[in-house]
Design a protein around this ligand. Structure first.
Ligand code: FE2
Length: 289
């Protein structure tokens, strides 16, 4: 490590030196498997998560039966008949899943997010500028559950805490996987789930994750997840950047042009530098043309 390296040795780091070196080489466009030091952390055991979930606002917690048919409508999703705390404490047997959203609103979990992202901040800052809109999510899922093919708008690192899963990640920005119009709808509030075709399988890379592993998932890199044979707990730490915000604006601009029958523009690999188009979008949106 040189004096100018963004990777400084820190024995108390959540992401050790090797993980930060790997992350620095991959960020922002490539998926990468990392390691972390949060396995067994007091805030991430099932009892602590049950207590957290019960003090969180109901709007920040989703929990449901695990084995639902594919394609269920959100309003038809059944509750599982258990309280939230019971659902989490017995998740290894009740076939459910739960997502605790924006756990950084709780001070203890905010400190955990800060500590995790502090390790990565110099690397991110050097590549895509300051971390914006930092959020943390906790996913709990029963043995064998599946998260279908989808994409997310954030820079994301998922830390496996308990149990195993295999995340299969596909390249971002491949219009064969995600057509431009789907991206435009997504940035306009459309659903994150994507249409799967069997021919896509060979484009994905499977990353098996055990406790202590983490994975960097680039912005909008499509992925699906197969849970292993035990209950799984994962912590997701996310942020946005000038680049991810710019990409969203440019897709929204294209949606606006497409609706008017105008030619859409190309979105470069560095959308944060496409200032003229972003300005045009903001002006058109302000004028409501
Ligand atoms: Fe995801």
């Amino acid at each position: 490590m040189t004096a100018h390296s963004p990777i400084r040795h820190n024995p108390a780091a959540i992401f050790p030196d090797t993980a930060r070196t790997t992350f620095a080489a991959a960020y922002p466009d490539q998926p990468a498997k990392l390691t972390h030091a949060l396995v067994g952390h007091d805030l991430l055991c099932l009892d602590a998560l049950a207590v957290l979930a019960e003090r969180m606002p109901a709007s920040s917690v989703e929990y449901n039966l695990g084995k639902l048919p594919l394609g269920v409508r959100p309003e038809d999703t059944p509750a599982n008949g258990l309280t939230l705390g019971e659902t989490i404490r017995t998740i290894d047997t009740n076939g459910s899943w739960a997502v605790l959203k924006n756990v950084e609103r709780d001070p203890a979990y905010a400190a955990l997010l800060d500590a995790a992202l502090a390790d990565l901040d110099p690397i991110v800052r050097a590549s895509t500028g300051p971390m914006l809109h930092r959020e943390a999510f906790i996913f709990l899922s029963s043995p064998g559950s599946i998260t279908p093919f989808h994409m997310d708008p954030e820079h994301n690192i998922l830390l496996q805490i308990m149990g195993t899963k295999v995340m299969t990640v596909f390249p971002a920005h491949d219009e064969a996987l995600v057509p431009a119009q789907k991206s435009e709808e997504f940035h306009g509030g459309g659903h994150r789930n994507l249409v799967w075709q069997d021919g896509f399988a060979s484009h994905g890379t499977a990353f098996p994750l055990v406790p202590g592993d983490a994975i960097h998932v680039p912005v909008k890199a499509p992925h699906f997840v197969h849970n292993g044979p035990a209950v799984s707990v994962s912590l997701s730490v996310t942020w946005r950047s000038q680049r991810s915000v710019a990409e969203g604006e440019l897709h929204s601009f294209n949606a606006l042009l497409r609706r008017r029958g105008l030619p859409v523009g190309t979105i470069s690999v560095a959308p944060e530098r496409q200032g003229v188009r972003r300005l045009a979008y903001r002006i058109m949106r302000k004028l409501d043309v």
